[in-house]
Design a protein around this ligand. Structure first.
Ligand code: CAA
Length: 391
């Protein structure tokens, strides 16, 4: 294993949407047995963005508490990872940088590779900090997951942003070398620029995820990574929480370990709480899982955590993080629970209306209806420009 340079996640914060659709409401509409949603895929509810919310407003809401706690003087780079981009040219991170009043002496960029983007951002950030240990990098993962109404993917929608401050001598999790990597040119899930909803072959995408896990784990092992039994917990990308169970069971089996329910629950049980309430937040999802684990598990001090990031198309990475002594004093459990609890439930008709909402494309002046109770909103469109404001 390479020398440990103590670089990693210094702070972690997430935000989600104004509205929530409980799966009981969706099940009542489409006649699905609620057991399929609650047990079969492991979801209880999904976050639904208000008309004036998007990846920028969620990203700013997630990052604001980090900037408030640490200041922005040492943050010379902002990386915003998303597959729900709002502009083909301008990085959504530039809007976030502006909303947070960050200094002009910052580089800001947007990254994309489906749900894997934020992990690329984290690794690139670690590289920048390695080059200059006084610098910090703000990595923001922000996504809205949207499938066609009445499609199999619909119950796995969701939305959230996770923000991480990456620094030397981190307060939460040290990111270790090596990583196990895997890339394959496949079409398991994708969204052409002209479509508002993703296309997916559900069962194929599950098989592709599992194949990528196998490939990334094999590479991790070949690169001299830790043995499986060294890990205290495993945190997976969660398109739906049950996917983490499928993935971990396969990893255990393929490496000759017991894969019974109690072992799987012990290893991943604390990682699914937030994702079960939020739904798929694409590139933010694994980091909501990490927040859930750190905030709800017994003391993890000094324990290695296995992290598996998967982005369809596909790119995957398996890597390890070690939990830092004193981490508990830096967690944001109360704020995260409040972000989940404050969402306002919508009925099916309102959800459908929000799902079908599209912003005007005529370049005129349009105010966006105020709906969010969050700290930032998309206030208007004018001359094809998006105008964001603190609420
Ligand atoms: N009680 C309990 N369990 C039930 C049940 C009931 N009444 N009815 C069904 N189930 C179980 C099924 O047995 C099944 O469990 P297993 O997978 O363990 O066999 C589970 O509920 C789901 O049932 P189906 O497979 O019949 O469900 P489906 O055909 O409607 O589709 C899905 C499920 C493929 C996940 C679909 O929701 C989908 O297409 N989702 C979007 C794609 C996706 O998330 N892919 C994941 C990998 S790709 C990725 O990770 C990137 C990303 O973020 C998109």
């Amino acid at each position: 294993m390479a020398a440990d340079l103590a670089i990693g996640i210094h702070d972690l914060s997430f935000a989600t949407t104004e509205f929530v659709l409980p799966h009981t409401t969706l099940a009542a509409h489409n006649g699905t047995d609620i057991g399929k949603y609650h047990v079969g895929i492991g979801l209880r509810s999904m976050s639904v963005p208000a008309a004036d919310e998007d990846i920028v407003t969620m990203g700013a809401a997630a990052a604001a508490p980090i900037v408030a706690r640490h200041g922005s003087d040492q943050i010379r780079t902002v990386v915003l990872a998303t597959e729900s981009s709002v502009d083909q040219s301008k990085s959504a991170g530039v809007y976030v940088h502006s909303l947070l009043g960050m200094p002009s002496s910052t580089r800001v960029v947007e990254l994309k590779q489906a749900c894997y983007g934020a992990t690329a951002g984290l690794q690139f950030a670690a590289g920048l900090v390695h080059r200059d240990r006084t610098q910090r990098v703000l990595v923001i993962a922000s996504d809205v997951s949207k499938y066609e109404l009445d499609s199999p993917g619909e119950p796995t929608q969701g939305a959230a942003a996770a923000a991480m401050l990456v620094s030397a001598d981190p307060a939460l999790v040290r990111i270790e070398e090596p990583s196990g990597l895997f890339t394959a040119d496949i079409m398991d899930f994708w969204r052409p620029n002209y479509l508002p909803t993703a296309l997916v072959d559900g069962q194929d995408s599950i098989a592709a995820y599992l194949q990528a896990l196998e490939g990334a784990w094999k590479d991790y092992t070949e690169q001299g990574g830790r043995a499986l039994e060294e890990f205290r917990a495993f945190c997976y990308h969660q398109p739906f929480p049950k996917m983490a169970t499928k993935a971990h069971r396969q990893l255990l089996r393929s490496s000759g370990h017991d894969s019974d329910d109690s072992r799987v629950l012990r290893d991943i049980g604390h990682t699914t709480d937030y994702n079960a309430a939020v739904g798929n937040s694409y590139t933010a999802s694994m980091y909501l899982g990490l927040a859930s684990l750190l905030e709800s598990a017994d003391d993890l001090t000094g324990q290695p955590i296995g992290l598996f990031s998967y982005g369809s198309g596909s790119v995957a990475e398996f890597f390890a993080g070690t939990v830092v002594p004193g981490y508990r004093a830096h967690l944001r459990a109360a704020a995260h629970q409040e972000a989940i609890a404050r969402r306002r439930p919508v009925d099916y008709a309102r959800y459908r209306e929000l799902h079908g909402l599209s912003l005007p494309e005529d370049g005129g002046d349009h105010a966006v209806p105020p709906q969010t109770g969050g700290p930032y909103r998309l206030a208007a469109l004018s001359g094809h420009k998006r105008i964001y404001q603190p609420r």
